[in-house]
Design a protein around this ligand. Structure first.
Ligand SMILES: Nc1ncnc2c1ncn2[C@@H]1O[C@H](COP(=O)(O)OP(=O)(O)O)[C@@H](O)[C@H]1O
Ligand SMILES: [Mg+2]
Length: 302
C-alpha cells in the first residue's frame, strides 16, 4: 500500500515569480522511512505543507493513505513536527503534551497514559515538570516528536528533525524513528543533513530548486565503486610493485593499501598473490561512496 503519492505537484509563489516545486511526482510505501533531501530553498517544506493541506498546490495533486489530500478523515492519521517549531517557553513539557492531546481530540481518560508512554519513548519523563525554556535543542526536538505522535498517527511528517541537535541527541532521535518504524508507521522526513538520512532512510529523493532529481534506495544512490582497502601485516615495496599487474590504481600508506580493480577476478588475484607472498590480510573493506559524495556529484551535474 502507498502511504502517500504526489502527482505532478507544482507550487508557485509571488504570482509565479518563485517556483518552489516543479512537477514533482513521488510515492512512499507504507512502513518506510522516506527522506526528502535538498539544499535550503529546494522546496522541501513547501511539499510537506501541501501534503498537510496547509498550502494548496498551483498544479497537480496528491494522495495520502489512498485518499485525496483534502479528505478530512485522513488528517487525524497524520503527525507533524514543523521546522523550527516554537512552543511557549513558560509551559512545562507535560503541559504542552496535554494541550496537543486536547487539540487532537484524545478522550480525557486516555491523555495521561498516552502522555507517559510517549514521554518514556522519547526519554523525557524526568523533564515533564520542567519549563521548556530550560530545555536543550535535542530535548525540544524529542518533546516535539512526542507531540507529533500524540494522536498515534499512521504517517509522521518531520521537517528537519535533527537540525541543530548535537550528535548524541541525533542518535537518540534516530532510535526513536526506528522504534516508530517497527510499529509499522511511515515516516516522511525532510533534511539537509545527509549523513543522518543515510543512517535511517529506506528510500530517498533529492530535490533541487523545486525539481525532483533522483529517487531511490541509499544503495541506488551510492554506488559501490570497485575500490577496496586492505589492511596487511606488512607492505614491502616489491609486493606493491607486483600488484600493478592486477590494479591500475594503488594507494599505499603504512600497512594499508587501496586498490581499484576492474572485476572480481582481479580482486581474487590480488588476494592469492598476497597470500602466496606470505602477507597476512587483516581486513578487506569495499569503499562506498557516501550519500554526501553522491549528492554533490548529482547536484553538480545539473
Ligand atoms: N510563503 C511563501 N511566499 C513566497 N515564497 C516562499 C514561501 N514559502 C516558501 N517560499 C520560497 O519557496 C522556495 C522553497 O522554500 P522551502 O519549501 O521553504 O524550501 P526548503 O524547505 O527546501 O528549504 C524558496 O525559494 C522560498 O523562499
Ligand atoms: Mg525547510
Amino acid at each position: 500500500m502507498l502511504a502517500l503519492e504526489t502527482i505532478g505537484l507544482t507550487k508557485e509563489f509571488s504570482r509565479g515569480k518563485i517556483k518552489a516545486l516543479n512537477n514533482v511526482s513521488l510515492s512512499v510505501e507504507s512502513g518506510q522511512i522516506f527522506g526528502l533531501l535538498g539544499p535550503n530553498g529546494a522546496g522541501k517544506t513547501t511539499l510537506i505543507k501541501i501534503l498537510l493541506g496547509v498550502l494548496n498546490p498551483t498544479i497537480g495533486n496528491a494522495r495520502l493513505l489512498e485518499k485525496p489530500i483534502n479528505d478530512i478523515g485522513v488528517k487525524e492519521k497524520l503527525g507533524y513536527l514543523p521546522e523550527n517549531h516554537r512552543y511557549p517557553d513558560f509551559l512545562k513539557g507535560g503541559e504542552i503534551l496535554d494541550y496537543f492531546a486536547g487539540l487532537a481530540g484524545l478522550p480525557s481518560n486516555q491523555i495521561s497514559d498516552t502522555k507517559q508512554r510517549l514521554l518514556k519513548l522519547v526519554n523525557m519523563e524526568k523533564w515533564q515538570g520542567t519549563k521548556i525554556k530550560k530545555y536543550s535543542k535535542g530535548m525540544l526536538q524529542r518533546l516535539g516528536l512526542a507531540q507529533a505522535m500524540i494522536n498515534d498517527p499512521d504517517i509522521l511528517f518531520l521537517d528537519e528533525p535533527t537540525d541543530g541537535v548535537d550528535p548524541i541527541g541525533r542518535k537518540d532521535i534516530r532510535a526513536i524513528l526506528n522504534h516508530f518504524k517497527e510499529e509499522g508507521k511511515t515516516i516522511f522526513l525532510n533534511s539537509h543533513l545527509l549523513s543522518e538520512v543515510e543512517m535511517v532512510c529506506d528510500k530517498v529523493a533529492i530535490l533541487d530548486k523545486g525539481n525532483l532529481i533522483r529517487t531511490g534506495t541509499i544503495d541506488d544512490l551510492t554506488s559501490t565503486s570497485k575500490t577496496y582497502r586492505f589492511q596487511l601485516s606488512k607492505t614491502p615495496q616489491k609486493i606493491i610493485d607486483g600488484l600493478h599487474q592486477f590494479s591500475l590504481n594503488i594507494h599505499h600508506e603504512q600497512n594499508s593499501i587501496q586498490v581499484t580493480c576492474s572485476n572480481q577476478k582481479k580482486l581474487n588475484g590480488i588476494i592469492d598473490y598476497l597470500r602466496e607472498n606470505h602477507i597476512e590480510i587483516k581486513s578487506i573493506v569495499p569503499h562506498r561512496q557516501s550519500l554526501e559524495e553522491s549528492f554533490i556529484e548529482i547536484i553538480k551535474k545539473i
